[in-house]
Design a protein. Structure first.
Length: 120
């Protein structure tokens, strides 16, 4: 004959009765951009205004087959030397809680190059 400890039985009962909390689905916003002037930084995402608004994820991908692109995170003057280099087909991806809330600027080597940009 098995003996069930009262505390263990209560714990098991609570585990079965606990409600489940579904996560809220986040919509993906595609903000892809075309570079208006090669080698000149342009804003691709503005800063998130204030908490509690946050970005859940961020992806920026260089869509170009041969040209490099650069991504700058922050409000200061963007320069290639202080930016993230994206080789052709390369991407910069961040997930919550490591998604920057700062403004993001980017440029590519040639006018008309494109960057895929999405956020949640």
């Amino acid at each position: 004959m098995r003996r069930v400890l009262p505390g263990l039985a209560l714990l098991a009962a609570l585990a079965w009765a606990a409600p489940s909390f579904a996560q809220t689905a986040a919509l993906t916003v595609n903000g892809s951009v075309s570079i208006t002037t090669g080698n000149t930084f342009q804003t691709v995402l503005t800063a998130v205004p204030a908490l509690p608004v946050t970005r859940r994820s961020l992806t920026i991908q260089n869509n170009n087959a041969t040209d490099n692109c650069w991504v700058y995170v922050g409000a200061a003057v963007a320069a290639k030397g202080t930016s993230i280099l994206l080789l052709p087909g390369g991407s910069y991806t961040r997930y919550f809680p490591y998604v920057p809330a700062d403004a993001i600027q980017a440029t590519c080597a040639t006018t008309g190059n494109t960057l895929y940009v999405d956020t949640q």
